[in-house]
Design a protein around this ligand. Structure first.
Ligand SMILES: CC(C)(COP(=O)(O)OP(=O)(O)OC[C@H]1O[C@@H](n2cnc3c(N)ncnc32)[C@H](O)[C@@H]1OP(=O)(O)O)[C@@H](O)C(=O)NCCC(=O)NCCS
Length: 171
């Protein structure tokens, strides 16, 4: 029973928390385990691990995502809800109570794509237009409480409801 879980621990073994062993059950660790289990066809167990993550940390992190192992969930991802069909790049920080929602049926090609080095502030909601994808560009900052319904350019800071660009990083 525990075999697939331990096997799944090989998935991106350089992720934070892995070095401490299977008992370092951070929400990120559990999320990545559930993804690994699902990819290996252990759908039942993937769901149980997802539910255990919800039980411990009060989040809902779908096992169908494509998530970089260095994702950071502020305050243990408390209240954070992330659908399937979400891609998250390197060094992305997601604060508490964030929702990433794809308005498309399961199995649809539409996705939320979050590029590297993005920060998503507390209570932000990112929701795709119906049956469309949405891209958050590299290095973008999503303000706390923002509601994002359209693409965000790389380096931009967006705030408010609906989110508007207030700054674009110049490098
Ligand atoms: C969006 C954010 C990244 C901007 O930070 P910044 O680049 O330092 O920008 P500033 O603070 O100079 O703000 C720029 C403008 O946006 C406004 N603003 C900043 N954050 C805002 C927010 N979340 N919602 C609405 N407006 C916001 C500021 O009032 C300012 O407006 P002004 O130019 O009219 O005065 C930051 O305010 C934020 O929301 N970070 C989230 C962090 C978080 O959730 N942490 C959780 C820890 S528990």
């Amino acid at each position: 029973m525990i075999g697939p879980l331990l096997e799944a621990a090989d998935y991106n073994s350089h992720l934070s928390g892995y070095d401490k062993g299977v008992f370092a059950m951070t929400p990120e660790w559990l999320w990545l385990r559930s993804i690994a289990l699902r990819r290996r066809g252990h759908r039942w167990m993937a769901k149980r691990v997802k539910q255990f993550n919800s039980f411990l940390y009060h989040n809902s992190l779908a096992a169908g995502g494509d998530i970089s192992p260095d994702v950071y969930l502020g305050h243990h991802g408390l209240g954070t809800v992330i659908h399937d069909n979400v891609t998250i790049g390197r060094r992305v920080r997601i604060w508490q109570n964030v929702t990433l929602s794809v308005r498309a049926p399961a199995g649809s090609p539409h996705r939320i794509i979050i590029e590297d080095d993005v920060m998503i502030g507390a209570n932000a909601v990112v929701i795709t237009p119906f049956e469309k994808s949405l891209l958050i560009g590299q290095g973008a900052n999503i303000g706390a409480g923002a509601v994002v319904t359209h693409d965000v350019p790389a380096g931009a800071t967006v705030v408010g409801v609906p989110a508007q660009v207030v700054r674009v990083k110049t490098t």
